[in-house]
Design a protein around this ligand. Structure first.
Ligand SMILES: [Fe+2]
Length: 134
């Protein structure tokens, strides 16, 4: 089964965010590779928990730097958490499909990374540059 492959093109330029995104790929791959209900459940919980940790990191960062698109970005995070909740419910019911995880990764996470998180990282870099000593 093809796995999710991290590509440097997905890097947004903030090392901590990039690191966390790579970890999300690893966890999604663990879920794809899980083959018993117990291991699928455990992998899904790990992915879910780490998604929450990662979103909280970004949201704390956005508040700290006064990111202008904070509300919109947080709203997208909560939509992704809803998607993961639906996936978890399907896993609990024994009817989850790996296509649902692929759709989550492709349509949501990758697009979100490419568009929203890149904008956030650019803003972080600009804020750091403007506050750097001249
Ligand atoms: Fe984000």
């Amino acid at each position: 089964m093809p796995q999710f492959t991290w590509d440097t093109a997905y890097e947004v330029g903030d090392s901590e965010i990039d690191e966390q995104h790579r970890r999300l790929f690893d966890l999604a791959n663990e879920l794809l590779g899980a083959d018993t209900k117990a291991s699928v459940t455990a992998a899904a919980i790990q992915l879910y928990q780490y998604v929450r940790v990662h979103f909280k990191h970004e949201e704390d960062l956005m508040r700290r730097i006064g990111f202008p698109d904070y509300r919109q970005h947080v709203q997208m995070h909560s939509q992704m958490v809803d998607r993961l909740n639906a996936l978890s419910a399907d896993i609990a019911d024994g009817c989850w499909r790996s296509q649902d995880l692929r759709a989550f990764m492709n349509e949501w996470l990758l697009i979100h990374i490419a568009e929203q998180d890149t904008r956030l990282a650019d803003y972080v870099a600009a804020a750091a540059a403007s506050s750097a000593p001249h």
